[in-house]
Design a protein around this ligand. Structure first.
Ligand SMILES: CC(C)=CCNc1ncnc2c1ncn2[C@@H]1O[C@H](COP(=O)(O)O)[C@@H](O)[C@H]1O
Length: 241
């Protein structure tokens, strides 16, 4: 008779090898590594890593923006200021961990003495999280990473950017519109950059009946980093007391 954890095995049911031996024995086909059930485990492990790392982060704000802004450019400095002001107000700053405005926001947060987090994404070209990230994770799956941005922040700050930034912006607006997240400010920084999109949302989406009357107000526009912090702070105080 053999006991293995909660199991009792007798006779021919007793395996000839131990669990460790079977684990360490690498022989056999490897196709299973490329199957979806195996990927599900990998996805699960990304959630476990992410939740484990971020669950004790205090109040946080996710800052999005172009990966392509040059160091020292006006937009880089804007992102740096936004990151710095949020950190000074006590918020952890979470970015996509990449270059450009993500790096700038991490830099601002770090230099203001705040916590600077980067949730990177594995991309086809070699890349690691930027040098201003104090706590970083690199995800394989976009959708796991996106869950982390929403779950562990109290607001989205959206600086000028391209498709990646638009993806993050519209995901946030949809979650707010459908009530999946509540009292979650989505702040567009850069009235000139975002004005055209906001006008189109009002003049086309609302006029054509594709969104509700009040939906354009789900996002707020500003040019002023101090105003960003004020909006976040106000929503936060109303929500958490
Ligand atoms: C130089 C280059 C293109 C590097 C890309 N490296 C990246 N690293 C991490 N997050 C990224 C990257 N590219 C896009 N993203 C995600 O998409 C947004 C920026 O994309 P975009 O530049 O607006 O469209 C960021 O907020 C970020 O979450």
């Amino acid at each position: 008779m053999r006991r293995a954890g909660p199991l009792t095995l007798r006779g021919s049911a007793i395996p000839e090898t131990t669990t460790d031996q079977r684990l360490l024995d690498r022989r056999g086909p490897t196709d299973w590594v490329h199957t979806d059930p195996w990927r599900v485990l990998r996805i699960q492990s990304e959630f476990v890593e992410g939740f484990g790392l971020l669950s004790e982060v205090g109040h946080a704000v996710s800052v999005f923006g172009s990966a392509r802004a040059a160091r020292g450019s006006e937009r880089y400095l804007l992102a740096e200021e936004v990151g710095g002001r949020l950190a000074t107000d006590g918020y952890t700053v979470i970015t996509g961990g990449g270059p450009g405005m993500m790096e700038a926001a991490n830099k601002g947060a770090r230099e203001a003495g705040g916590t600077s987090i980067g949730l990177g994404i594995e991309l086809p070209f070699e890349q690691s999280v930027n040098d201003y990230v104090d706590i970083g994770v690199t995800f394989r799956y976009f959708f796991v990473r996106k869950t982390m941005f929403v779950k562990y922040s109290q607001a989205f700050v959206v600086l000028p950017g391209g498709f990646g930034t638009l993806d993050e912006l519209f995901e946030a607006i949809t979650l707010v519109q459908t009530g999946k997240v509540t009292r979650f400010p989505v702040i567009l920084v850069g009235t000139e950059f975002w004005g055209g999109l906001h006008d189109w949302i009002v003049k086309t989406l609302r006029t054509e009946g594709m969104i509700s009357e009040g939906d354009p107000d789900l996002v707020q526009l500003t040019d002023d980093p101090a105003e960003v912090v004020r909006i976040v702070h106000e929503a936060h105080v109303n929500h958490f007391g």
